[in-house]
Design a protein around this ligand. Structure first.
Ligand code: NDP
Ligand code: GDR
Length: 350
């Protein structure tokens, strides 16, 4: 039985990847952080009591900021595959906590790579690299050969992680890959990322639980895919004959404005836009009510305007293709948040 070790198992991608690896017969070990409140909500449905005979999912306390915990887990688990998904993953927040973001996202990566060396284990390593590396657009669509131009402390930290992964591959002949993943979303997406923020707010507005949604830059364009499809690409990278770096994307781009329009329309609210800049508002055509307002606090000191990925290499060499279309993704997330809002309404006794 193959053993996998996942950092960031409690996050969006970690939960889908753990499901995928368990379905393929792996024994899965995940690093979790001590938290004052429960942080395992995304994996509770696959977790079994460790005393049960056929348990294959094991959780271990650790932290990417704590090299001794990383080293201990690598020595004890001896994984065949390591997926480094753990990160302070919010781009806007990285401007507030730049040093911490560097500690976890950049140095956390070298802690694992060095831990592999120290433990003397042979393993395959996946690094969660990001389309944020492309930042300021130098070429469209972006592919593996497009130069990087990071635009946030998050992206700068991920640039270090990208290059240190390449460096350990070249220096020590380690099987280490970077997946340069474009934005991917799901009903399990964190509530402060823009897609989930929109689907959650639109569902709550529809049911009268909330009046308004406050957003930042509506013009930013992203290549949005489904997280469930993207974890398959991570796994395929580690099954390949040789280690390499791959772009994973859908090849379609949409603006934040367009995403919002589609979500609200799917709930029967057609948006019309009034005003300009920070005064712009999204108004429901039927009722005339203002549903969306701009709040400058959500603007970033430096923005990434346009992301559009070319995943030809992943298709050609890994046989990977996205399965979920943009309208399917919008529907999946909106339906899920509507069901959550309905439960909230019932719990309120309204
Ligand atoms: P999430 O924010 O949903 O999950 C991040 C995970 O990292 C959580 O499990 C979190 O734990 C864990 N974590 C945070 N800090 C630490 C730490 N100090 N030590 C150990 N674990 C830590 O991110 P996603 O699932 O969306 O993304 C997974 C990875 O892929 C991240 O590295 C992200 O930067 C990268 N990425 C994501 C993309 C996307 O569109 N989703 C695109 C490209 C790259 P806790 O639950 O306790 O907070
Ligand atoms: P991103 O995702 O920064 O691309 O990083 P996010 O959903 O946070 O932002 C996407 C775009 O939407 C604009 N935006 C807003 N964003 C947020 N969060 N909240 C708002 O209210 C809002 N209004 C407009 C942003 O300015 C931005 O242009 C994600 C993360 O998962 C990273 O970890 C990952 O590496 C990249 O995707 C690829």
């Amino acid at each position: 039985m193959k053993k996998a070790f996942i950092t960031g198992i409690t996050g969006q991608d970690g939960s889908y990847l753990a499901e995928l690896l368990l379905s393929k017969g792996y024994e899965v070990h995940g690093m979790i952080r001590r938290s004052s409140s429960f942080n395992t909500g995304r994996i509770d449905h696959i977790y079994r009591d460790p005393h049960e005979a056929d348990t294959r999912l094991f959780l271990h306390y650790g932290d990417l900021n704590d090299a001794s915990s990383v080293n201990r887990l690598l020595r004890e688990i001896h994984p065949d595959e390591i997926y480094n998904l753990g990160a302070q993953s919010h781009v806007r927040v990285s401007f507030d906590v730049p040093e911490y973001t560097g500690e976890v996202d950049a140095l956390g990566t070298v802690r694992i790579l060095e831990g592999i060396q120290e433990a003397g284990i042979t393993t395959r390593f996946y690094q969660a690299s990001s389309s944020e590396l492309y930042g300021k657009v130098l070429e469209t669509p972006q592919k593996e050969t497009t130069p990087f131009y990071p635009r946030s402390p998050y992206a700068c930290a991920k640039a270090y992680a990208f290059y240190i992964t390449v460096n350990y591959r070249e220096s020590y002949n380690m099987f280490a890959c970077n997946g340069i993943l474009f934005n991917h979303e799901s009903p399990r997406r964190g509530e402060t990322f823009v897609t989930r923020k929109i689907t959650r707010a639109a569902a709550r507005i529809k049911l009268g639980l909330q009046d308004r949604l406050y957003l930042g830059n509506l013009e930013a364009k992203r290549d949005w895919g489904f997280a469930g499809d993207y974890v398959e690409a991570m796994w395929r990278m580690l099954q390949a004959d040789h280690a390499d770096d791959y772009v994973v994307a859908t090849g379609e781009t949409h603006s934040v404005r367009e995403f919002a329009e589609q979500v609200f329309a799917s709930l029967g609210m057609q948006l019309a836009w009034k005003g300009e800049g920070e005064r712009e508002q999204g108004v429901d055509v039927k009722s005339g009510k203002t549903l969306i307002e701009i709040d400058p606090r959500y603007f970033r000191p430096a923005e990434v305007d346009l992301l559009l990925g070319d995943a030809t290499k992943a298709r050609r060499e890994l046989g990977w293709e996205p399965k979920t279309t943009f309208p399917q993704l919008v529907k999946m997330m909106t339906d899920s948040d509507l069901a959550i809002a309905e439960r909230e309404l019932r719990a309120d006794g309204k």
